[in-house]
Design a protein around this ligand. Structure first.
Ligand code: SF4
Length: 122
């Protein structure tokens, strides 16, 4: 059985959160992981993996990674792989009430923009 969540070390609690499935309108939604990100200059990127706990994708008129951070310092948690915490791209076929219901996404460049490459026009 183990410790209740409130008694677990912080790093272990983050790991539990990243494995979370949520039920929305009767549909079980697995929180989408960032499978790969090609944006090496982002502070959260190491070896094509995103290491912040969660990113936000898009706005009403684009599907950029809003969490991109240009910095000389590296950020995030080395042991964490990011999930999509929120996605504002309502017209994507994977979007369910402004959350990402894809099994996972890829992020990378489209021209000069840092976009969700899994975006699919609905
Ligand atoms: S997904 Fe976004 S925040 Fe994460 S490494 Fe790529 S550009 Fe940076």
């Amino acid at each position: 059985m183990g410790l209740p969540d409130s008694r677990r070390p912080a790093r272990q609690r983050v790991g539990l959160f990243l494995g979370l499935n949520l039920c929305k309108r009767g549909v079980l939604v697995q929180i989408a992981k960032i499978i790969e990100c090609d944006v090496a200059e982002c502070a959260y990127n190491n070896a094509n993996q995103c290491h912040t706990p969660a990113v936000t994708i898009g706005g009403p008129t684009d599907h950029k990674c809003d969490s991109f951070c240009m910095s000389s310092n590296k950020g995030g948690f080395p042991d964490v792989t990011a999930v999509v915490g929120a996605c504002k791209v309502a017209e994507c076929t994977h979007n369910l009430d402004l959350e990402c219901a894809a099994p996972g996404i890829k992020v990378g460049y489209v021209g000069h923009e840092i976009d969700c490459l899994t975006f699919t026009q609905g």
